[in-house]
Design a protein around this ligand. Structure first.
Ligand code: SF4
Ligand code: SF4
Length: 256
């Protein structure tokens, strides 16, 4: 019998599920190795069957989400989060720094019908997560490699290096040194292939904090490039604002 996998969605833009679907031929190979039991965006719907690997996209933002993620955990041998929303709250976690009730009231004509929590939280704050795959969106390559490793009993490799390492390996000219463009590469984990510096843009930290990231020095460097404290705070409190390192650094700059 083939191993079973499921892909679940919570609050998110679906971009990480699309990364899966965009895997092309590799996805066909994967489909030959496993039974895809639940993947609403691709067709199959069966949320309650037990599976070997469950992928979870999105953050927890409603009371119903809190119950659903518990059921998914109970039905899954391995639970992997995919993307910034599931691993660090996503863009919608910016509500954690605001008055969510006021926001809902300003957007919806009848806010009393909106069943929304005051916060957007990562999956690991609700259930045990076996592996977190960062990125906005995740790269299909890293998702498929993780599945492959788990199916063959190998502990999946987690990227911890900084984007700067990848950038140097690919011999890109540093945009921060050569053009004074703010770049979050020194504190951000790689996995994207340094695609922003490659086209002359600064990294905006979509893969979350790297191992031992020196967020203090990063902030001071950004200040040296002329960014005001509020702008520096926004660099940390963006897509991955619930990553503890970024949250601490961003909150500090926000209060200056
Ligand atoms: S991590 Fe980014 S691409 Fe993935 S679902 Fe969230 S917003 Fe979309
Ligand atoms: S461009 Fe950014 S990621 Fe590349 S070396 Fe410079 S600071 Fe690091």
């Amino acid at each position: 019998m083939k191993p079973k996998i499921a892909v679940h969605k919570f609050a998110s833009c679906d971009g990480c599920q699309l990364a899966f679907l965009n895997a092309g031929e590799d996805l066909l190979t994967l489909a030959g190795m496993v039974d895809i039991i639940h993947f609403t965006e691709a067709g199959p719907i069966d949320e309650e069957t037990e599976v070997d690997i469950a992928f979870v996209e999105g953050s927890i933002t409603t009371p119903a989400d809190c119950n659903r993620i518990q059921r998914i955990r109970k039905n899954s041998r391995y639970l992997l989060t995919i993307g910034a929303c599931a691993t660090a709250g996503g863009l919608q976690a910016l509500r954690n720094f605001a008055n969510a009730k006021e926001w809902v009231a300003s957007v919806y004509a009848a806010p009393e019908y909106i069943q929304s929590l005051a916060t957007s939280t990562p999956i690991r704050e609700h259930v045990k997560v076996d592996l977190e795959l960062w990125g906005c969106p995740v790269s299909a390559k890293q998702v498929l490699r993780a599945v492959h490793d788990l199916l063959f009993g190998v502990t999946p490799k987690v990227e911890l290096d900084k984007v700067c390492m990848e950038c140097k390996r690919q011999r890109h000219v540093c945009v921060m040194v050569s053009k004074n463009i703010p770049c979050m590469g020194p504190v951000t984990r790689t996995g994207c292939g340094a695609i922003c510096p490659q086209v002359g843009r600064g990294c905006y930290a979509c893969f979350g904090p790297a191992e031992n990231s020196n967020t203090g020095a990063m902030g001071v460097w950004l200040q040296g490039l002329g960014l005001m404290p509020e702008a520096i705070a926004k660099r940390f409190l963006f897509i991955n604002s619930e990553a503890p390192e970024f949250r601490a650094a961003g909150t500090q700059w926000k209060s200056k």
